[in-house]
Design a protein around this ligand. Structure first.
Ligand code: IPM
Ligand code: MN
Length: 328
């Protein structure tokens, strides 16, 4: 019996990169019992379905989920993002979004993005829509519990790393309510981790350091929106977004965690075999780690690193990864 994994290839290049991720898992001999789900923008355009009743409950019984990318031209903004992706993150309480960036010799950092609150929570609304007096508000929700569990996770992670360094990124000089909560909790929790060196950067300054001096970072913890933006930048400074993997984690393991590349469905290059599958393959390696298959995870990761410079079509790069497995 293998691990029970739900697979959502989704839209665009998601359909192309997920088979490569599954190929790599097969090549390291890890057994999975896969259930495929046809969800995403294409399915929505086809029959109006975003997330059928019962599917979420089905997922709760799985070990993990592997997602390609969702989003398709012609679908109004937010329908799939809020109705599927964010719904998974919120309903399955995937409160950590872990995004590692490795690009030797200058970049070796992991961003811990809070994944269930902040500006993503959906707080706010609109009044007098379409009139000159229209008002739109969109607040940022930060709970003591949500901030603390995220920060604690980041300290625990930093404690496992050689550099043992954790940076809080926020904008405490302007977001004085939310920033103050984050900063106080960060400082309080840091008292329990005397072995971890800490730092604080405003998010705008962090953008400069990501580009000019990424070596200063080890683990970074930040809120949902800052984490979204910073991790695209993290991809850009560590070889490209085509290498950026992520885990949407429920560290309490009361349900499945979900693994996905940071990139989107890229409709402009979809269907042409142009997408680099490494982000999805590395996400699959994170998934194997989570499942306790550490040997398989390490073998896949090493094979990916051996192919960072490999060029070719999506499946050619996937084949090159498979050919490298066990050779390092
Ligand atoms: C990501 C993506 C999503 C996000 C979108 C697709 C809703 O950009 O995973 O980073 O903003 O979280
Ligand atoms: Mn993003």
């Amino acid at each position: 019996m293998g691990h029970n994994v739900g697979v959502i290839p989704g839209d665009g290049i998601g359909q192309e990169v997920i088979p490569e991720a599954l190929k790599a898992i097969e090549a390291v001999g890890v057994q999975l019992d896969l259930t495929h789900y046809n969800l995403g923008g294409a399915r929505y355009l086809d029959d109006g379905t975003v997330l059928p009743d019962g599917v979420l409950d089905e997922w709760r019984g799985l070990d993990t989920l592997l997602l390609g990318a969702v989003g398709a031209p012609g679908v109004p903004p937010g329908v799939i993002e809020r109705g599927l992706l964010l719904k998974m993150r919120f309903e399955l309480d995937l409160y950590i979004n872990q995004r590692p960036f490795l690009h030797e010799p200058d970049v070796d950092m992991i961003v811990i993005r809070e994944n269930t609150e902040g500006s993503y929570a959906g707080e706010g609304g609109v009044l007098r829509k379409g009139t000159p007096h229209e008002i739109a508000t969109q607040g940022s929700v930060n709970t003591r519990m949500g901030v603390e569990r995220c920060i604690r996770y980041a300290f625990e992670l930093a404690a496992t790393r050689p550099a043992k360094h954790l940076t809080l990124v926020h904008k405490t000089n302007v977001l004085t309510f939310a920033g103050d909560l984050w900063e106080r909790v960060f400082n309080e929790v840091s008292e329990e981790y005397s072995g971890i060196e800490t730092a604080y950067n405003h998010v705008d300054a962090a953008c400069i350091y990501f580009v000019e001096d990424p070596g200063r970072y080890d683990v970074i913890v930040t809120d949902n929106l800052f984490g979204d933006i910073l991790t695209d930048l993290g991809g850009a400074v560590s070889g490209g977004i085509g290498f950026a993997s992520s885990g949407n984690l429920n560290p309490t393991r009361t349900g499945p965690s979900m693994f996905e590349p940071v990139h989107g469905s890229a409709p402009d290059i979809a269907g042409q075999g142009k997408a680099n599958p490494l982000a999805a393959v590395l996400s699959a390696a994170m998934m194997l780690d989570h499942l306790g298959e550490t040997d398989g995870a390490t073998a896949i990761r090493d094979a990916c690193h051996a192919n960072f410079e490999t060029s070719g079509s999506t499946s050619e790069i996937g084949d090159a990864v498979v050919a490298s497995i066990g050779k390092s």
